[in-house]
Design a protein around this ligand. Structure first.
Ligand code: ADP
Ligand code: MG
Length: 700
């Protein structure tokens, strides 16, 4: 048993003093023995191979050589001093070079004694190896024999403090010696035998000191599985508990309003995907548990109508409903749209945003409390304490990724029993990732666009082609279309970005002069009234061009707009580009997206642009995005601190994730409280993880 021992603060480990302990904690988050032992290499170098100096190629990356230092000298350069050692193995010589820690190295290096040196090779008038990892051959032979040298994640600061890869490796070796290489098994015998896994101790040993490639692979699989298994176990357990404990309002009537709307006022035939999703929602609402559902659907897939019909179900059952959107523009648009769709029905709807006047607000508050108001649409103003309902039964959140988990939970407290919650997002999250992120939510997907949509044509153009692009805009306006021109607005350089926006606006105004052309402009620094005014001019078709920052990104619906021009497109992330593009292609006409950039493009920016040109599929784009940026950067995941995985990779280890999820579900189904003997180990490990907060601090 080593559970408690592993909780010892890292400062007590032999070889770690207060200084190193500080650095390990601040740079790598390593506080305890446990943290250190679970600090895994991110790659390995084949250590079975030794190079001879005469075999070195100019492109040899990291190599291992045995040889001797014949002499050492300090060299003065303009840039500062460096220490240079001549290292030879009989077939040739290279220079070992140090820029830091020269005094210590000079005093400690031994001349004419065999060393194993390891490091990156540079070529400039001969080969050199800066800051090599070095070990005397006699010591090297005493150490644990490994086939693959682990390389641990590091930082510049650690390197400067002399906490090299070798030091980390030695510390871990020390720990292994202390605990005699024995780890408490964390998975049940049943899982281990079914999946043919190696033991925890064997896996830990081979992840840090791989004996061969095969054992390394087995160790990686086993530890990734374990990590993902316990995350899934927690998420699923929570979800089950939730369903048992959180009573919800039963909406057992599909009443007159729902039917009346469906039969008489639905302006189009629902897609099959929309029908399926409405069915899923209805079945949630009819059960006695509170609904917590995530509705995913690409931009333009028709989530709004689903929201609306869900709200009708609430009203049919004597409840009120609210719909919350992340921006005023979007809340406005929902308000106008919902009002239009329900205009022939006897339903009271109000809009509540930051710019609603005090007197009007008061009326809304009163009508909400009396129950006169059926539907409230608005921004996060809906979350204010003053907003009290007579009987809120359903809360819908549009564009979930703009809201934090905390805001979602505020909605819970707007009634004595929490209302049903439906969150909608157009940020396509690959399903398995969604499972990890929103494991406490059930997921519905609209995976079909309304019929008759033509795929948007996307092209990439350089700034030097601007005249042609402008001509294209003129042609489109001539046939009655409207155009968006969007500029990036990125916080660090806000002032500069506004200058770009205003310069762009002026140049467009020059090329598209009034009265023939009318231009709207919308950006975040405008007053809400002015924004709204400009927006409405564009919606009504009074202006042909809308120059905007990304405030336009979310949800806005102007079916006649058919061209989206994105300026400095290289500065946008993929999901943002996709969201922006989704503003067009909402009508029956062929739509276009033009990505404008300078000639200077990073490799990543090129991949983003190529992906946008290649596909309209939001899920495919999300996958590429995830690969480029890693899940940590995916919108909304950063605050939630969710995906701080130690060894598994949500994208690359998708199959393992699925397996882990499958077993977690099976086990909890058969034994929800993990009381059976065969699940003893799982129960114990799970409790330990929770106790030491080593599992996700997932709140909802
Ligand atoms: P999003 O999922 O991006 O919120 P919207 O709900 O705004 O999409 O719908 C986009 C457009 O498609 C709207 O103009 C809407 O009226 C229309 N629409 C939605 N569902 C259908 C359908 N089944 N058939 C035809 N048009 C539809
Ligand atoms: Mg929408």
């Amino acid at each position: 048993m080593n559970g408690n021992y592993l909780q010892t603060p890292i400062v007590y480990l032999k070889g770690v003093g207060p200084n190193r302990a500080n650095s390990l904690q601040s740079e790598l988050g390593i506080k305890t023995y446990q943290d250190l032992i679970n600090f895994f290499p991110n790659r390995y170098i084949d250590k079975t191979q030794y190079y001879k100096i005469n075999q070195l190629q100019r492109n040899s990356a990291e190599v291992q050589i045995i040889g001797k230092i014949t002499h050492i000298k300090s060299v003065d350069q303009k840039k500062g001093k460096r220490l240079v050692a001549t290292f030879t193995d009989g077939t040739g010589q290279i220079e070992l070079v140090w820029f830091r820690g020269q005094k210590w190295i000079r005093e400690n290096l031994k001349l004419n004694v065999p060393y194993v040196v390891f490091g990156k090779i540079n070529y400039y008038n001969g080969f050199s190896m800066p800051h090599p990892d070095m070990e005397l051959v006699v010591d090297h032979e005493k150490g644990i024999k490994i086939a693959m040298q682990p390389v641990y994640p590091s930082t510049e600061k650690l390197a400067n403090k002399g906490i090299t890869n070798r030091v980390i490796s030695k510390l871990i070796q020390q720990l292994f010696v202390d605990i005699k290489g024995k780890f408490t098994e964390a998975l049940s015998p049943k899982i281990i035998s079914t999946l043919n896994l190696i033991s925890k101790s064997e896996a830990m040993y081979n992840i840090h000191f791989p004996q061969n490639q095969e054992l390394l692979s087995k160790a990686q699989f086993r530890l990734k599985f374990e990590e993902l298994f316990y995350i899934q176990l927690q998420l699923i357990a929570k979800n089950m508990l939730h369903k048992q404990r959180i009573k919800g309002f039963a909406f057992d009537k599909v009443g007159t309003l729902f039917n009346e709307f469906y039969n008489n006022h639905l302006p189009f035939e629902l897609t099959n995907a929309q029908k399926r999703v409405i069915k899923e929602i209805r079945s949630d609402l009819g059960s006695n548990a509170q609904m917590n559902r995530l509705l995913q659907g690409d931009v333009g897939s028709g989530k709004t109508i689903v929201a609306l019909m869900t709200m009708l179900l609430a009203i049919d059952n004597g409840f009120q409903a609210c719909l919350m959107a992340p921006t005023e523009i979007l809340a406005n648009q929902h308000f106008i749209g919902v009002q239009e769709l329900l205009k022939n029905m006897n339903i009271n709807i109000a809009l509540l945003t930051g710019s609603v006047k005090k007197s009007q607000r008061k009326i809304i508050h009163e009508q909400l409390e009396s129950g006169e108001l059926h539907i409230l649409i608005g921004t996060h103003a809906l979350l204010e304490d003053k907003v009290q309902y007579k009987n809120l039964g359903l809360a819908i959140v549009d564009e979930q990724h703009r809201f934090g988990v905390a805001q979602r939970s505020k909605l819970w407290h707007k009634n004595t029993i929490p209302p049903h919650i439906l969150v909608m997002t157009a940020t396509p999250i690959p399903r398995t990732l969604a499972m990890s992120l929103y494991g406490d939510l059930d997921i519905s997907v609209i995976d079909e666009l309304p019929p008759g949509r033509k795929p948007i044509k996307t092209v990439h153009r350089y700034d030097s082609n601007r005249l042609k692009v402008f001509q294209f805009i003129r042609d489109e306006i001539k046939i009655g279309r409207q155009i968006y021109v969007v500029y990036p607005l990125i916080q660090e350089s806000e002032a500069l970005d506004y200058k770009d926006l205003m310069d762009g606006y002026e140049s467009i105004a020059r090329d598209f002069p009034a009265p023939e052309y009318q231009i709207s402009i919308v950006h975040g620094q405008m007053k809400p009234d002015d924004k709204e005014y400009e927006m409405q001019r564009f919606v009504k078709g009074e202006t042909q061009i809308m120059v905007a920052t990304t405030v336009i990104e979310v949800g806005v619906n102007v079916p006649n707009a058919s061209v989206m021009i994105i300026e400095s497109a290289e500065r946008f992330g993929l999901s943002q580009l996709h969201q922006l593009r989704g503003r067009v292609g909402r009508g029956a006409d062929q739509s276009f997206c033009i990505l404008m950039t300078s000639h200077k493009l990073s490799v990543e920016a090129k991949t983003r642009l190529e992906t946008m040109v290649r596909t309209n599929d939001g899920f495919e784009i999300a996958e590429v995005d995830l690969k480029l940026r890693g899940p940590g950067d995916l919108m909304g995941t950063q605050q939630s601190g969710m995906l701080n995985l130690k060894i598994a990779d949500i994208v690359k280890d998708n199959d393992i994730l699925k397996t882990a999820r499958y077993y977690a579900i099976q086990i909890l189904k058969e034994d929800p409280k993990l009381e059976k003997d065969e699940n003893f180990v799982i129960n114990y490990t799970y409790a330990q993880l929770i106790k030491h907060k080593n599992i996700w601090k997932y709140i909802s």
